[in-house]
Design a protein around this ligand. Sequence first.
Ligand code: F3S
Length: 394
Amino acid sequence: MALNLTADEEALLESDDPAVRKSMELLVRLGEIYGAEDMVEIASAQASGISYKSIGDPGVEFLEGFAEEGATVNVSTFANPAGMDIERWEEMGVSPEFAEQQRRILTALREMGVTVSFTCTPYLAGNLPRRNQHIAWAESSAVSFANSVVGARTNREGGPSALAAAITGRTPRYGLHLPENRTPTHRVDVETSLETQADFAALGAWTGRIVEDGYPYFTGIDDATTDQLKSLGAAMAATGAVALYFVEDITTDDAPPTDVESMAFEGTDLDGEYDELTDTDEADLVVFGCPHSSVEEIELIADRVEGRSIEGDMWVCTSRSNRVWADRMGHTAKIEAAGGTVLSDTCNVVAPIEEMGYESTATDSAKAATYLPGFGNQRVKFDDKLSLLEEVTR
Ligand code: F3S
């Protein structure tokens, strides 16, 4: 079906600027595939697939070529994590060759006007959409947070479609841009108490595996912090492809659905999920900050390790902006005095950790626990922050 395009959109499709024309052609094609009737203007975009580990040399050349053609973004566009801390890559153990290619990616993005924020939590770092605002974000955990907690509207974009949306300022109106599609498909009655952020992640991992790309509605959760919701959504987006969820009285005032498939999440399911996500007792590296840590999470870690000594390597990953606040508050100094490292711009999934000699990772993130075996060749231990910190400090 042909899309109804405005005169401005027709002009974009006929543009002399090859980047604009190609971007619009891609979006029109996507719209046709998904049955969109028209386009919608977006307020912001999020570019993913910008770690050198993920895109390799062909990706570097594509982005440089696009930038050389004059491609520029027309809406606020933040970048997802890179393969290294842009300033501390040597300390991380990243090779100079990798660093050089990652810097070429950074330069190309900056030339296009992308804010080189390199974070998966743009909503904690200066790019917070508002309710019902249309956006085109690509990082699955951020998509989930924006749709579910903030109430903005985005599909789960791929790297190219998000960049095309950023350049044209538009995306096809289908899927989660349409209010009639933003309704629960499953009901999950939580019949056990969730005590930690990792418990929320475990619930998410269990749910995502069952509902796949559905939109679950949770009952039985009395309260949840922003960080807990962040972990819940990230996990569901990793074991499934959940882009929207509801938590009774927390993210929605709507009553629980009665006409959808329902299931109960019990204490045995919670315990079982810790086993499901764990395949080793040992870890060469302990990592927190998937999705990127808030200042509160960094503070909790700093308070726990203050005056103690960390055995082995520990990374705390966060956005550059949160890192600045953590520095000022003295959290970074406490963590690094104990032997840990606070990294910005990157995470243990998109950094080349397998090339750095790590074979096993401990994490409180169900998303990281899901991706690390395949993407980082790691054995994984999943547990909550305080338990892991207790184990690795003396
Ligand atoms: Fe973010 Fe990396 Fe996890 S991009 S959500 S910290 S896998």
